[in-house]
Design a binder for this molecule. Structure first.
Ligand code: ATP
Ligand code: MG
Length: 496
């Protein structure tokens, strides 16, 4: 690893802030996660600048700033930038922290004039590297705790004594796992042992903070490994014990894995597809209540899991609520779980059954439900993601949801037609509407009030027998078109 930042450029919005601080006679460094990511060739999520200047000294150096929080962070505003994330650059004075009686927040924040003090309060060695810049590239690296080597060796290790660090701030316990998961790093042995012996502090951390780290684990490329790490260290037992009960719960022959392994594999497939959080959560929790609903049937010599989707959806609601997930997420995920057991034997299933399913889970969720099913299949150990039956089911969904071809599509209705033609109700009105529909199907541009009023008035003058013939022919053509549309849908899914 070289000291350059070959692939990840440092934005000028950042370098100019550092230059302005230095020009004012102060020290200024990039620090924390952004340095770690730069050295790894990853794109930093956010940028942190640290300096020996106090907030009062930082503010006059920039045209527009604001005071961000209790930690002395100054937000430097750049209104010209095209990148919303760089509109505010955070500059924080070197800080010292003392006493953590609530296991989360330092009792007192003190500014310091020494960079070393600021590095010492950081969580992990890989996050405790500071770099100065010159011409937009890294100049000096200040690395007091071997972070550079740990990045090279892919190790998450606390700065100084792990027991102290986790006692000071228990959020670090779950941050360690999140970082190891996101970066594909291992956790240093002493650090891991200290995590294991401090998980009891986790309930002191706010649910929102735990949720945010948990989301990052789920949204990483390797969420399966992340959840396994959470379990291995005993964190999962504290934050989501409901999930752990799937361990060792065997299923029937169709399933290659126990419930726990199945859930993790289902989640991992959602990540492989880069699907969003809602789907990933549904994948992870969909069978969460299989353990408590499992019964052995002596008749079939098989396990049954009757109602596990109903119980599971309730349990998931409780878990996500406890972790303070937004109501919208909770509602969607619990719906997907509630209906994940839809019966998909397309040989026997009817279009109206599919319609009912769409109605149950909601039009807005139906395609996500299909994706959860795909993950479920792969997580079961089946090789095919999108087999005939599922494609057929999807074709049926589209068929059920498409707008039927009908005279309702016309910009004229029977009432209006009678108004413009002074015709009384009777079969002629129906024939004319059918004939108009046929014209509009041929040329959709004709579907205007103006044209249809005029054309309706012309057609109505034809003798009734001619009109009848015209209307019936048009209806036949319409039915043909309908069939063609359905054919199209089936072709799209390669089913018959
Ligand atoms: P990312 O931004 O990719 O999510 P990060 O490591 O940058 O990860 P931030 O929350 O942005 O995380 O924090 C920035 C830096 O602040 C960290 O790299 C670390 O040096 C320090 N830091 C964050 N949280 C803690 C903590 N709980 N204890 C000690 N230091 C922390
Ligand atoms: Mg960061």
């Amino acid at each position: 690893m070289e000291k350059t930042t070959k692939n990840t450029a440092i934005p000028t919005e950042i370098t100019s802030v550092i230059e302005a601080l230095e020009k004012g006679g102060y020290e200024a460094y990039l620090i924390g996660g952004c340095v770690r990511d730069l050295l790894l060739g990853r794109t930093p999520r956010d940028w942190d600048v640290t300096t020996n200047a106090t907030p009062e000294e930082i503010i006059p150096l920039f045209p527009k700033t604001f005071y961000e929080n209790d930690f002395g962070t100054v937000g430097v505003v750049n209104e010209e930038t095209g990148d919303e994330r760089l509109r505010v650059v955070e500059v924080t004075p070197y800080r010292l922290e003392t006493g953590y009686s609530d296991f989360r927040h330092p009792d007192e924040v003190k500014f310091s004039t020494k960079l070393e003090d600021d590095l010492k309060r950081r969580d992990f060695t890989i996050n405790a590297i500071a770099v100065s810049l010159s011409n937009g590239a890294i100049k000096d690296i200040v690395d007091l705790y071997g972070g550079f080597k740990d990045i090279k060796d892919k190790i998450v290790r606390t700065v100084l004594n792990p027991n102290d660090r986790f006692t000071e701030d228990a959020l670090r316990i779950i941050r360690a796992i999140r970082l190891a998961t996101e970066l594909g790093f291992t956790i240093n042995n002493d650090t891991e042992m200290a995590i294991q012996s401090h998980t009891k502090l986790l309930p002191k951390i706010s649910a929102e903070r735990i949720r945010d780290e948990f989301i990052k684990v789920i949204m990483s490329k390797e969420p399966k490994r992340g959840i396994e790490l959470l379990e291995k260290t005993g964190i999962l037992q504290v934050i989501i014990p409901e999930l752990v009960s799937g361990k060792g719960v065997e299923q029937n022959q169709a399933h290659a894995y126990d419930v726990w392994e199945h859930l993790l594999r289902t989640l991992q497939h959602a990540a492989n597809k880069e699907w969003p959080l809602d789907i990933r959560l549904s994948a992870l929790f969909h069978d969460i209540s299989k353990p408590e609903t499992r019964r052995f049937s002596h008749e079939t010599k098989q396990y049954t899991f009757y109602g596990h989707e109903v119980v599971g959806s309730r349990v998931t609601k409780k878990v996500l609520g406890r972790l303070k997930f937004p109501t919208k997420t909770v509602e969607k995920v619990t719906k997907l779980i509630r209906w994940h057991m839809f019966f998909s034997d397309t040989e026997t299933i009817s279009l109206s059954a599919v319609r009912r399913m769409i109605n149950n889970v909601g039009v807005e969720n139906i395609w996500d439900l299909m994706n959860v099913r795909i993950c479920d299949r792969i997580g079961t150990g089946r090789p095919k993601e999108n087999p005939y039956r599922l494609r057929k089911y999807k074709a049926m969904i589209e068929e059920a949801m498409r707008d039927p071809i009908s005279v309702k599509m016309l910009k004229i209705d029977g009432k209006r037609l009678m108004e413009v033609t002074h015709e009384t109700p009777g079969p002629k009105i129906g024939y004319v509407l059918s004939a108009l529909l046929e014209e509009v199907l041929e040329n959709p541009k004709l579907n205007t009030n103006e044209y249809l009023d005029k054309r309706g008035a012309e057609l109505i003058k034809l003798p009734e027998s001619d009109l009848k013939k015209l209307g019936e022919e048009a209806k036949e053509k319409k039915d043909g078109k309908e069939e063609e549309n359905i054919e199209e849908i089936r072709k799209k899914y390669h089913v018959s």
